[in-house]
Design a protein around this ligand. Structure first.
Ligand code: UDX
Length: 449
């Protein structure tokens, strides 16, 4: 099929690249002139594992193209994926201005009726509003657009693999024809009949992927309900960690045993500095806001958000207790990205730590395998080091903020010799307390005092 993708950000590029890889002809557009020029020249504006490889193979096979001209992209596809940003407003509500703008462009630029697929994360009922907007804006042409909700469940760092090997594909529709078209778009992925770039050309054996057909409202709700549940799970583990500290138990032992119950599952029970990134905090707020607009008080989600915000304070309590006065102390910060294997620092708990350290007058020596240049632009007062051992040199404390493997595997004996004092406050529970203490470190983590 011929597909258009509006918005060449993180979601749009992964969607476009993967659907081209699955055999479709894809035309992408964006309002960012530089971004389009970069893509047209064969560049990749974001870092995502495998993305450069599949964009290149799609480009050389003539399966993907880019244009600044939205009209050209809109007319060039039978189905249009809307992948524009839906950032949070002050009050937590999702800002849908870009979606409205694209709806107007589609309605005025299209010459034939299109299938309009909402891929951006949006609050429930947006699809219905989108259809109303398309109808209103296409008054003159009278074209009958069909609207579909097809939420993404992509994790940064594994987005390509998540797209090509999903747990489920959710499609919210209003009519049979749209369901049929969506099944056709995803057929290669459902049947695993594409050359898999993630696994050297062959899809690994696995269960068939299910395509769930729902109403539009349900599809939109599934996305927010899933992300909010995962956030809730993390905050739950964090409260258990606080309890463990007071009672004298080990949170890792507790959550490991809990996770063995398949009804609970082991993932997203890691205690520490809490969740960050561009999705969880914003989706949680948008979901609470949506619930409020229809008179449902989503108290448990508000509590999850509150618990998450308190993680930084809890972390600093530990730092203050250990360091006493923070001012003028040399402190190493290990990790700046919001999670491992990404250069993304948006809503990163690690940055909150850097900010607070600088506010209190510490000399911050930060390190991260991917995120230094982004963080440097925001906090030029800190010093930045590619090599973690350089960041640790002469430091009176090391604060672990991101769960990168390179930090997990640090040689702490060597680090201890470089540091001015053997003190580690671990916001990600990466090390064994007994081992760190055996190496002569004063070691603090979450839920394991
Ligand atoms: C998330 C969802 O997983 C994905 O389905 C959705 O489409 C977008 O949002 P992402 O933001 O890439 O993906 O990050 P994820 O890997 O889910 O981690 C979110 C945050 O939670 C990170 O800051 C991570 O460090 C933190 N986390 C995760 C914990 O603190 N504890 C855990 O046990 C798991």
């Amino acid at each position: 099929m011929r597909l258009s993708v509006v918005g060449c950000g993180y979601v749009g590029l992964v969607t476009g690249a993967c659907l081209a890889e699955a055999g479709h002809e894809v035309i992408c557009t964006d309002i960012d002139e530089q971004r389009i020029a970069h893509l047209q020249a064969g560049g990749v504006p974001i870092y995502e594992h495998h993305l450069d490889k599949i964009l290149e193979s799609a480009r050389s096979a003539g399966k993907i193209s880019y244009t600044l001209n939205a009209g050209e992209a809109i007319r060039g596809g039978d189905a249009i994926f809307i992948c524009v940003g839906t950032p949070p407003k002050e009050n937590g509500e999702a800002d849908l201005t870009a979606i409205d703008h694209v709806a107007r462009q589609i309605a005025t630029e299209a010459r034939t009726a299109k299938l309009v697929i909402e891929k951006s994360t949006v609050p429930a009922r947006t699809g219905l509003e989108l259809r109303r907007a398309l109808t209103a804006y296409s008054r003159n042409s009278g074209l009958a657009f069909r609207v579909v909700s097809n939420p993404e469940f992509l994790r940064e760092g594994t987005a390509v693999s998540d797209f090509l090997h999903p747990d489920r594909i959710v499609v919210g529709v209003e009519d049979e024809a749209s369901a049929r078209d969506m099944r056709e778009i995803y057929r290669p992925i459902l049947e695993r009949s594409f050359r898999c770039p993630v696994h050297n050309g062959t899809c690994p054996p696995g269960n068939a992927v299910s395509l769930l057909i729902t109403t539009i409202n349900s599809a939109e709700l599934i996305k927010h309900a899933s992300n909010s549940f995962l956030a809730l799970k993390i905050s739950y583990a964090n409260v258990i960690a606080d309890l463990c500290e007071k009672i004298g138990a080990d949170v890792e032992e507790v959550t490991h045993a809990m996770g063995l119950d398949p009804r609970i599952g082991e993932q997203f029970l890691r205690a520490g500095l809490g969740f960050g990134g561009f999705c969880f905090p914003k989706d949680l707020q948008a979901f609470v806001h949506l619930a409020g607009t229809v008179g449902v008080d989503f108290d448990i989600l508000k509590a999850a958000e509150r618990v998450n915000k308190q993680r930084i304070e809890r972390f600093f309590e530990k730092v203050r207790r250990a360091l006493w006065v923070v001012k003028d102390k040399r402190v190493a910060v290990l990790g700046l990205a919001f999670k491992a294997n990404t250069d993304d620092i948006r809503f990163s708990p690690a940055l909150e730590v850097v900010k607070e350290l600088l506010r209190q007058g510490a000399q911050v020596q930060a390190t991260d395998p991917e995120a230094i240049s982004r963080a440097q632009a925001l906090f030029p007062a800190a010093s930045y080091h590619e090599d973690p051992y350089d960041a640790l040199r002469d430091a009176e404390a090391a604060l672990v903020c991101t769960e990168w493997d390179i930090f997990r595997n640090l040689d702490w004996e060597r680090a201890g010799q470089l540091m001015a004092r053997r003190l580690v406050v671990d916001g990600r529970n990466l090390y064994s307390p007994s081992r760190m203490r055996a190496l002569g470190f004063e070691y603090h983590s979450f839920g394991r005092e």
